[in-house]
Write a protein that binds this ligand. Structure first.
Ligand code: ADP
Length: 487
C-alpha cells in the first residue's frame, strides 16, 4: 500500500501556515526510505514572526495573568487530549523516528501526557517565602514567568521530550516557540492543534520547523527569546551557548552521555542481564542515557557475556509499526553512516566483535531501512574511541575489571556525566559507587526509572542545569523579592 504523504505547516499564532517562501523539506521513513511528509521550512522571517507573536502573547495576552488554577485546568485538558490522541502521536513517532509503535503508545505518549499533567498539578502547590522583619516590614517572594522560551528538541524522543519542557514552561506562565528536529517533525507538529483544542490562547504555543543551523540559530540569537531549553548533542549545545551569549539568554541543556553500566560479581544476573539489554538497545541505542560502556567484573565476565549475547540476539528487530518489535531502524541515513563508521573504528582499535555488526535479515517491505543488528564488542582499553565517544546506536562494549577501585576509575574516565548504572546485591558497595560516580543520575539495580519530581541532568559535558519538579520551575521562573514597609 502506498503511504500518504503528509503536508505539515508551521504553527504560528494559533494556525498552521506554510513558510513565507513556500519552501518545504522532505521527511522519509527510516524503516523503508519512503517519502512520508513535506514540511514547511521556516524562513528567518517566519521564526522572527513566531518570536514576536510569542512575545505579544506573553506581554499582552491573558496567559500569564490568569490564575494558576485556570492555567492548570487548560494544561490538564491538554494532557487528556494527548491521551485521546495517543495512537496518532505514536504512529507519527514510529513513522519518522522508527520507534516501535507498541511501546511508544504504552510508555512514551503516556509519559508525555503525564509531563503536562504533573506540572499543572505541581504549580498549584507552589508558594513563596516570607521574611518577617520585626514589625516594620514584610518581605516576601513571588515566582514569575520569564518570558518567551525556545524549546529545541532532538529526534530520538521527539514528543515526550518536548512535553517535558513545554509542561513547566507553560505552567509557569511563559510562552513558547518549539523547534523539533528536522528529521522527526511529525508528532511535535500536533502540539499546535492539541494546544488549541485545550483552550490555550493563540500565540502561547508556536512550532517552527527546519534546520538547526538556520531556524535553530535564528531562535537562539533572537532578542525576544529569553530562555533556551535544549536537549541534543554536546557539540550543538556549545554552539547554542555561544549564540545565546550576546542576548544573555538563560539556558538549560541536557546533552550527550556515555554511561558506565557496572556489573559486580554479586549482581543478580536475572535482573542485570535484562536491565542491561534495555539500557543498551532501547530505541536502537539512540538514548542519551544508554548504558553503552558495560563494565563487568572478571570473575563473572564469561557467564554475563554469554547471557547478554543470547538476550541481545533474541531481540526482535523489524518494522516498528508491527506488534512485538523490540528494535526499529536507526533514524536516518546520515545517522546510520555515523553509527556504522564505528564498526571500522572498532576493527582498527582491535576490539573483539561478539555479535551483530551487520544488517539483520528483514522482511521485504523494510529491507531498505537503516537497520543494524544489536552489536556487542569486548575491549580491554577503556580509553579507545568506541569506549569514549557517544555512538548513539545499538553498539555497546564490554570492558572487564578486577576491583571496585578500577571500576570507578574507568566509570569516571569520560568527559560525560549524565548517568551511571550499578548492579550489586551489596548495600555498602551500592552506596560507595553511587556517591563516587560523577554523574547526574545513578540507577542501582534498575535503569531509566523516573520520578518527575527528581532532578534530571548532567555533570561535566552532559549538560547545564537540571530539569524535573522544582528544578524545572526554577529555570522557567524568575524569583522576585518584594519588601513593604508596614508603617
Ligand atoms: P544530532 O547531532 O544528534 O542531530 P543535534 O544536537 O544537532 O543532534 O540536534 C538537536 C536539536 O538541535 C535539533 O532540533 C536540531 O535541529 C537543533 N540544532 C542543531 N544545530 C543547531 C544550532 N546551531 N542552533 C540551534 N539549534 C540547533
Amino acid at each position: 500500500m502506498k503511504t500518504e504523504v503528509k503536508e505539515i505547516g508551521l504553527y504560528i499564532n494559533g494556525e498552521y501556515v506554510p513558510s513565507s517562501d513556500n519552501e518545504t523539506f522532505n521527511v522519509t521513513n527510516p524503516a523503508t526510505q519512503e517519502l512520508i511528509a513535506r514540511v514547511s521550512e521556516a524562513t528567518v522571517e517566519d521564526v522572527e514572526r513566531a518570536c514576536q507573536v510569542a512575545r505579544e502573547a506573553f506581554e499582552i495576552g491573558p496567559w500569564r495573568k490568569i490564575t494558576v488554577q485556570e492555567r492548570s485546568a487548560k494544561l490538564r485538558k491538554m494532557a487528556d487530549i494527548i491521551l485521546e490522541r495517543k495512537e496518532d502521536i505514536a504512529r507519527y513517532d514510529a513513522m519518522d523516528v522508527g520507534k516501535p509503535y507498541e511501546s511508544t503508545v504504552a510508555h512514551e505518549v503516556a509519559r508525555a501526557a503525564n509531563n503536562i499533567r504533573f506540572f499543572a498539578d505541581f504549580v498549584e502547590e507552589q508558594g513563596g517565602e516570607t521574611y518577617p522583619m520585626r514589625e516594620a516590614y514584610i518581605n516576601f517572594t513571588r515566582y514569575e514567568p520569564v518570558g518567551v522560551a525556545a524549546l529545541i528538541t532532538p529526534w530520538n524522543v521527539p514528543f515526550m521530550l518536548t512535553t517535558w519542557k513545554l509542561g513547566p514552561c507553560l505552567a509557569a506562565g511563559n510562552t513558547a516557540v518549539i523547534k523539533p528536529a528536522e528529521s522527526t517533525p511529525l508528532s511535535v507538529s500536533l502540539l499546535g492543534e492539541i494546544a488549541k483544542e485545550a483552550g490555550i490562547p493563540d500565540g502561547v504555543v508556536n512550532v517552527v520547523q527546519g534546520q538547526g543551523a538556520t531556524v535553530g540559530n535564528t531562535l537562539t540569537t533572537h532578542p525576544e527569546v529569553d530562555l533556551i531549553s535544549f536537549t541534543g548533542s554536546t557539540t550543538t549545545g556549545k554552539s547554542i551557548l555561544k549564540s545565546g551569549a550576546d542576548t544573555l539568554k538563560k539556558v538549560s541543556f541536557e546533552l550527550g552521555g556515555k554511561a558506565a553500566n557496572i556489573i559486580f560479581d554479586d549482581a543478580d544476573l536475572e535482573k542485570a542481564v535484562p536491565g542491561s539489554i534495555r539500557a543498551a538497545f532501547m530505541n536502537s541505542g539512540q538514548v542519551c542515557l544508554a548504558g553503552s560502556r558495560i563494565l563487568v567484573q572478571r570473575s563473572i565476565f564469561d557467564n554475563f557475556l554469554e547471557k547478554f549475547k543470547k538476550a541481545a540476539m533474541d531481540l526482535k528487530v523489524g518494522d516498528p509499526q508491527e506488534k512485538g518489535i523490540d528494535m526499529g531502524p536507526l533514524v536516518s541515513k546520515v545517522h546510520y553512516n555515523k553509527v556504522t563508521s564505528y564498526l571500522d573504528v572498532a576493527k582498527e582499535e582491535g576490539a573483539t566483535l561478539v555479535c551483530g555488526g551487520k544488517r539483520p535479515v528483514l522482511p521485504d517491505h523494510v529491507k531498505n531501512g537503516y537497520y543494524l543488528e544489536p552489536t556487542i564488542y569486548v575491549h580491554n582499553n577503556p580509553k579507545s574511541r568506541i569506549c569514549q565517544e557517544e555512538i548513539f546506536g545499538p553498539v555497546v562494549t564490554l570492558i572487564p575489571f578486577d576491583t571496585e577501585e578500577e571500576a570507578l576509575q574507568i566509570a569516571n574516565d569520560t568527559e560525560y556525566g549524565l548517568n551511571g548504572v550499578v548492579w550489586t546485591e551489596n548495600l555498602q558497595r551500592a552506596h560507595r559507587i553511587s556517591y563516587n560516580v560523577r554523574a547526574g543520575t545513578i540507577w542501582v539495580n534498575c535503569w531509566f526509572v523516573r520520578d518527575l519530581r527528581a532532578p534530571f541532568g548532567g555533570f561535566k559535558k552532559s549538560g547545564i542545569g537540571r530539569e524535573g519538579g522544582q528544578h524545572s520551575m526554577e529555570f522557567f521562573t524568575e524569583v522576585k523579592n518584594i519588601c513593604m514597609a508596614l508603617n
